[in-house]
Design a protein around this ligand. Sequence first.
Ligand SMILES: [Mn+2]
Length: 350
Amino acid sequence: MANAEANKITRQRLSALLATAQGAKSALLVTHNDPDPDALGAAVGLGALLERRLGADITIAYRGFVGRAENRAMVQELGIKLVPFCLADCRRYDLIALLDTQPGAGNQPLDDYCWPRLVIDHHPLRPETGHVRFADVRPDGSSTSAIVTNYLRASRLKIEPNVATALFYGIKSDTLGLSRETDEEDTRAYVYLQRHLDREALASIESAAVPRDYFGALDAALHRTYTLDGLVVSRLGAMRYPDMAAEMADFLRRLEHVRIIVAVGHYRDEVIVSLRSPEQGTKLDELVQSVVRSDGSAGGHGYMAAGRVPADLSGTAEATEDEMVRRFTEALGVQDYRREPLLPPEQNRT
Ligand SMILES: [Mn+2]
């Protein structure tokens, strides 16, 4: 799409968004559970827009946990104020917005009593979103932060460095630095934000310090990682935080000759699976949905996806992890006897 045409469409959508939010003096912005940088960046960006254009008070709420060191650093370095969703009383807000997910999806906390008026997302469109006053859902777009960035640009507001950095890191982490499935709009947003960054904060986020036991957890996970044809399976067992599975899957993506990475572990009462693929054209979202079935919730994109099921699905959490791995190998038609450990067995571990 030509730039002029894309800009015109963004301006029209921005007018519709502001018309829908008109008069709101307090807005509750809700991310998906265990929010990632894209969800957080989108919430910060939409918050800046509503605050500056409507004078609304902004509350950003989420359910779950921000665990990954980079994501915690993002919250801290950029001064993002977050409230646990259970403490936010929906009735007290004039406007509710849902970001980087949609109503009815298994990874978000809203229900019929707390229904969003705005939804911005880049996952496949859900039927429930048809009942939302303003929805901008672009399954082809690679990040929600890019969609929000282009609204901010169209509004001609000056973008503050912390807002620009949140959006930039959101786009960067959801697209692996624009390396995959990005569209023109993402690229334009990314280039635009680069001029407004707080570079020092960005560097602190990307090189966030981790505690000593992080390396112990990594070591244990690597010793429970094996390959099976082009599949890599990493068994994490009890995880320190829920997004550890995503972190491990990201880490293993660089292993050569790999088509699909599956990291599986449990946190509290759920078994969490996280999938990645370095190849173009894989449909991991469909794969994970076919494996999780109706036992839990699952979704994502072709190149990164995740799912969760109750930890007691097969009795113990370990048995449920086994069952998930069994379903993946079955769905992919790989032979379990060809399993090779990533690391050689340890003989003289001191
Ligand atoms: Mn996203």
